[in-house]
Design a protein around this ligand. Structure first.
Ligand code: SAM
Length: 261
C-alpha cells in the first residue's frame, strides 16, 4: 500500500492482536490517553450517555472486548448517578486475560467491587460460549474500539444478535472513516506517524501499533458497517439523528446502533 503495510492474514492477525494487548495491558489506560490526547474519554462518555443505561430500570449489559472496563465503569456510574440504579450489571468479556486482570484490579477501587454489578469473563467475541452467554438474555450489548480487532465482524454481530433480548440494543463505538476533508489528511498524518512512534516509545513494539493503525484504515465505512449490522438482523437508524450512526469528530470515531427485532 502507499503506507508500506503488508496485508496480514487472519491467523496471524489473532496472535498479533493478542501481542498488542499483552504488551500494553498494564499501560493500556495511559497509552489510550497518550495516543488520543485524552479524547477517548470524551467519546466514551458520549457513547454511554447516548445509551442512557438505567433509564427504563435496571439493565443486564454485556460489554464485549471490554478490556480494562472503561465502558463498564461508565455504564454503572451513569445508571447510579442519573437514576440511582444500583442493580444494572455489566459482564465484561475479553479475549485477553491480561486486560481483564487489569480491569479487575481497577474495579477493586470502586464501589462495584465484590457486587453482582460487575464480572469479568475470558471469551472470544466471535464465539461466545452458548452455555454461559445464553440466547436472548441481555438488554444492552456494547463494544468499544474492539470490533475492528476481530477477524470476522459478521461473526461478532451474529453473536451479539443471539445474546440480546428482542427489542434490546447493540451499540458500537469505533474509529471510522473521516469524512471531513480538512480533518482527513491531518488525521492520516497523525495516525500513520505519531501512533506507531508513541507505541514504540512506550512499549518498544512498533509492529503492533502499525497493525492497529492498519486495522483502523481497513475498517468498513459508516454505511458499509451499518449494512453489516442490518445483515445480522438488526434494525438501524431509529434513535440517532435519523441515521444508523453518529459521527464524533467528523468520523474519527463513530457510534453505530442497532435494535434486535
Ligand atoms: N473496550 C475497551 C476500551 O474501550 O477501552 C478496550 C478496547 S481495546 C482497544 C480492544 C480490546 O479488544 C482488547 O482488550 C482486546 O483484547 C480485545 N479483543 C480483541 N479481539 C477480541 C475478540 N476476538 N474477542 C474479544 N475481545 C477481543
Amino acid at each position: 500500500t502507499s503506507f508500506g503495510f503488508k496485508t496480514i492474514p487472519a491467523h496471524e492477525k489473532e496472535s498479533m492482536v493478542k501481542n498488542v494487548f499483552d504488551s500494553v495491558a498494564s499501560n493500556y489506560d495511559l497509552m489510550n490517553d497518550a495516543m488520543s490526547l485524552g479524547v477517548h474519554r470524551l467519546w466514551k462518555d458520549e457513547f454511554v450517555s447516548s445509551l442512557k443505561p438505567g433509564r427504563r430500570g435496571p439493565m443486564r449489559c454485556i460489554d464485549v472486548a471490554g478490556g480494562t472496563g472503561d465502558i463498564a465503569l461508565r455504564l454503572l456510574d451513569f445508571a447510579r448517578e442519573k437514576y440511582a440504579d444500583r442493580e444494572t450489571s455489566v459482564e465484561v468479556v475479553d479475549i485477553n486475560a491480561q486486560m481483564l486482570k487489569e480491569g479487575h484490579r481497577r474495579f477493586k477501587q470502586t464501589m462495584y467491587h465484590n457486587t453482582p454489578q460487575v464480572s469479568f469473563h475470558e471469551a472470544n467475541a466471535q464465539e461466545l460460549p452458548v452455555e454461559k452467554f445464553i440466547d436472548n438474555s441481555y438488554d444492552l450489548y456494547t463494544i468499544a474500539f474492539g470490533i475492528r480487532n476481530c477477524t470476522s465482524i459478521p461473526d461478532v454481530l451474529k453473536e451479539a444478535y443471539r445474546v440480546l433480548k428482542p427489542g434490546a440494543t447493540f451499540a458500537c463505538l469505533e474509529f471510522n472513516k473521516v469524512t471531513n476533508p480538512l480533518l482527513g489528511p491531518i488525521y492520516d498524518q497523525y495516525s500513520f506517524s505519531v501512533i506507531p512512534l508513541l507505541g514504540t516509545l512506550l512499549t518498544g513494539d512498533r509492529a503492533s501499533y502499525q497493525y492497529l493503525v492498519e486495522s483502523i484504515r481497513k475498517f468498513p465505512s459508516q454505511p458499509e458497517f451499518a449494512q453489516m449490522i442490518r445483515d445480522a438482523g438488526f434494525v438501524t437508524g431509529k434513535d440517532i439523528d435519523g441515521a444508523a450512526w453518529n459521527n464524533l469528530w467528523g468520523g474519527v470515531a463513530c457510534i453505530h446502533t442497532g435494535v434486535k427485532v
